[in-house]
Write a new protein. Structure first.
Length: 120
C-alpha cells in the first residue's frame, strides 16, 4: 500500500480563501522561497471555505519533498481572499500584491504544528 502524507490548511477566518503552496512555477505553484515575486501565470490553488480544513499538499514523504524539491529550506504558503481573486482575476491580485498572509515554513515548523497550517 502506497503511503501518503499531507500538509493541511485550516481556515479559522470568516473569509473564503484560496491557498497556494510555493513548490515552484514548474509544478503549478507559487515561486520557491525566498523569491517574493508573484508568477505571471495563475498558480494552482486550493479553495478553503470558512471554518474548514483542507489538504494543501500531499506527498509520499513530506521530508523528501523538502529535501528534493525545496532543498531543505522553506515551504512558502500564500493566502488570498477568494472573493477578491474571483472578482479581480489573477492579474489584478498580482499587480496589487493582494496577499492576505504568507507563511515561510521549515519542515520543523510543520512537525511542531502536526502538519497543519492555521489561518489566520
Amino acid at each position: 500500500m502506497k503511503r501518503t502524507e499531507y500538509i493541511w490548511l485550516e481556515n479559522k477566518s470568516n473569509l473564503r480563501i484560496y491557498a497556494s503552496a510555493g513548490i515552484g512555477e514548474n509544478n503549478g505553484g507559487m515561486k520557491i522561497h525566498p523569491d517574493t515575486t508573484m508568477p505571471n501565470n495563475e498558480p494552482f490553488k486550493r479553495e478553503i471555505e470558512v471554518q474548514n480544513k483542507e489538504i494543501l499538499v500531499s506527498s509520499p514523504s513530506i521530508a523528501s519533498l523538502f529535501k528534493q524539491t525545496l532543498s531543505n529550506k522553506y515551504l512558502s504558503v500564500y493566502i488570498f481572499n477568494a472573493d477578491s481573486l474571483d472578482e479581480l482575476g489573477w492579474e489584478g491580485i498580482r499587480d496589487k500584491n493582494m496577499v492576505l498572509k504568507r507563511y515561510d515554513l521549515s519542515l520543523d515548523d510543520l512537525k511542531r504544528s502536526d502538519f497543519t497550517i492555521t489561518y489566520p
